[in-house]
Design a protein around this ligand. Structure first.
Ligand SMILES: [Zn+2]
Length: 345
């Protein structure tokens, strides 16, 4: 019995060695998440695929309570996150920090109840107190999920073998469940806003919240734990190119330059795995600079946004970021045009 217990514990706790951090980190598997313990009492929460969570979250344990960064894409996803937190601690979650306003990071807030303190940049507050259900980025995601369901339904109708049908049916159930879960979304804006910097000192932990400048949105914040040299970056810094549809591409490289002034060993991005090979930051900075210059050049030559998106040549970033084809993301180019035209702010 004892041996079995030990064995099952061993099986549940995996160890992962980060390629360049040379530090072993424990991963706790819950029903819905892999919780990577990146420092004592600090867990990087990544969905395990059993429920659609879309984005990463961060769990920071203090002496008496827990601070969470980001809340996933739906209340169902954040309830799964809350259950996962219960696997590592029974302390209450008292504070939630929004890295930015996007639906896939902020639409789960309501699960944390009415008593929680929610901290976000004043831009994030304005967006979430405004009309978040009619934000273009959210609406286009709904269209995308509906299209995925329709495509899967069509594939199911044409599937040959029983195994293929079962596989497609599984994907269909997963996506339909997410579409249903979206109906429950009830956005909650931050109860506390900040503009430049804010620091939480409590329960044996210093948590710094930094605004480095506009980047992925007008109000991205980085959450920095100075004692552990860990930085949660939301979507302003991923392992590769971020979504640019609400971004400030012309300012982004400088914002990342400001971010680099902090002393950190590990980046926890809003999507994808943690990383510590920081040349990635240089690669995306160079890409945003070149993309902006290229689109300004094409616009000045009289091309429409649609034409510029087809003609933009960023293939010098093939080796670093895998940009092998001619052209640029159409939403990114439209966004740059809108900012230059003054039709977006
Ligand atoms: Zn985002």
């Amino acid at each position: 019995m004892r041996g079995l217990k030990l064995l099952s514990k061993y099986l549940l706790v995996l160890w992962l060695t980060l390629p360049s951090a040379a530090m072993a980190q424990r991963i706790i598997e819950t029903a819905s998440h892999n919780l990577q313990e990146v420092a004592d009492g600090v867990y990087f929460a990544v969905g395990n695929g059993s429920i659609f969570v879309m984005s990463n979250a961060l769990i920071i344990e203090r002496e008496e309570d827990v601070v969470v960064v980001d809340s996933h894409i739906t209340p169902a996803a954040s309830r799964a996150l809350i259950d996962s937190i219960g696997v590592v601690t029974d302390k209450p979650v008292t504070t939630l920090i929004n890295s930015h306003f996007h639906y896939d990071h902020a639409n789960g807030v309501s699960s944390f109840g009415p008593d929680i303190q929610i901290i976000g940049h004043e831009y994030t507050r304005a967006k979430l107190a405004g009309d978040p259900m009619n934000e273009q980025t959210f609406l286009s995601s709904l269209v995308r999920f509906d299209r995925t369901v329709a495509t899967l339904e069509e594939r199911l109708a044409n599937a040959g073998s029983a195994a293929e049908r079962a596989e497609i049916q599984g994907q269909l159930d997963f996506n339909r469940a997410h579409v249903r879960a979206t109906e429950e979304v009830d956005p909650v804006p931050p109860t506390v806003s900040m503009s430049d910097r804010m620091t939480l000192y409590r329960g044996g932990r210093e948590i710094q919240i930094h605004f480095f400048g506009r980047a992925h949105t007008g109000g991205d914040v980085g959450i920095y734990l100075p004692a552990d040299k860990i930085l949660f970056t939301g979507d302003m810094l991923l392992g590769g190119i971020s979504y640019l549809g609400d971004g400030y591409v012309g300012e982004w490289a400088q914002t990342l330059e400001n971010l680099k002034q902090l002393d950190f060993d590990l980046v926890l991005p809003g999507h994808g795995p943690a990383f510590s090979d920081f040349e990635r930051i240089d690669y995306v900075q160079a890409y945003y600079r070149d993309l902006y210059a290229e689109i300004v050049r094409l616009r000045n030559s009289g091309l429409s946004a649609e034409e510029a998106a087809v003609r933009a040549d960023l293939r010098q970033h093939a080796d670093t970021l895998g940009v092998r084809d001619l052209g640029a993301n159409a939403q990114a180019v439209q966004r740059i045009y809108a900012l230059l035209d003054g039709s977006a702010d």
